[in-house]
Design a protein around this ligand. Structure first.
Ligand code: SF4
Ligand code: FES
Length: 254
């Protein structure tokens, strides 16, 4: 394990009032062009604990080691691209404040589990997005186009409100022990996105989606461990959505 250091900003009398503290980021590094083995590397960073883990990663990348590789885009919890395991739990780096995760111990940062690591914190998301595509995550209707909007009551809209919030970060799917053991499982995120359309009164392909999820790699693989619900940064009741899809499969009412 190696260590790199970044100095504290400011100097002189201003330092006394400085909110900056020294935080150790312990990051799982992997570069297939250098080694087949992943290793841990420590970086010491002076940072305000009110900043986010993503800010710490930026300081490391911009000031200490430009080869550190991770995904991020919006930096505000919308794009879903920076899910990673922080102190052993799936979180969005841009939504995790350093002060909330005990900055006095090394903060471990690893790639999410169950997907092939390409480099450092970047995993191959193709299997995740393939499962998403497989459930047909778009409105499907039959017949002629209507001459006015497809109306929906507030009660009907409410039925799938929770699952509209998904940002496809994969925190749920990559925290699921069934997915770790068998990457063939559709996984919670695909089921959440199927739920969003199965329970939409305007959609007409619910039966098709249910049949897709009735597969041996579909909803019945879920063991109700609630890891997915705990991991979701959007607060979606993922396990509840999966249970509702299971119930719809049994009753054929949705
Ligand atoms: S359900 Fe939550 S954890 Fe899963 S992909 Fe969507 S936003 Fe991420
Ligand atoms: S960078 Fe977009 S969700 Fe974190």
């Amino acid at each position: 394990m190696s260590t790199a250091t970044l100095d504290k900003p400011g100097s002189g009398s201003q330092q006394d009032a400085s909110p900056y503290i020294t935080v150790v980021f312990r990051i799982r590094r992997f570069n297939p062009e250098v080694s087949d083995e992943a290793t841990w590397q420590d970086f010491q960073v002076e940072i305000d604990p009110k900043e986010r883990v993503l800010d710490g990663l930026h300081k490391i990348k911009w000031d200490l080691d430009g080869s550190l590789t991770f995904r991020r885009s919006c930096a505000h919890g919308i794009c879903g691209s920076d899910a990673m395991r922080i102190n052993g739990k799936n979180r969005l780096a841009c939504k995790t404040l350093i002060k909330d995760i005990n900055p006095h111990k090394p903060i471990t940062v690893e790639p999410i589990k169950g997907l092939t690591v390409l480099k450092d914190l970047v995993v191959d998301m193709d299997p995740f997005f393939q499962a998403y595509r497989d459930v047909m995550p778009f409105l499907i209707t039959k017949g002629n186009e209507p001459t006015r909007e497809r109306l929906q009551s507030a009660e009907d809209r409410e039925r799938f409100d929770d699952t509209t919030k998904c940002i496809l970060c994969a925190a749920c799917t990559s925290s699921c022990p069934v997915f770790w053991n068998d990457g063939q499982y559709f996984g919670p995120a695909a089921i959440v996105n199927a739920h969003r359309f199965i329970f939409d009164s305007r959609d007409e392909a619910g039966e098709q989606r249910l049949e897709i999820l009735n597969d041996k790699d579909g909803v019945w693989r879920c063991r109700t461990t609630f890891n997915c619900t705990d991991a979701c940064p959007r607060g979606i009741e993922v396990t509840k959505a999966i249970q509702e899809v299971k119930r719809a499969l049994i009753t054929r009412r949705f």
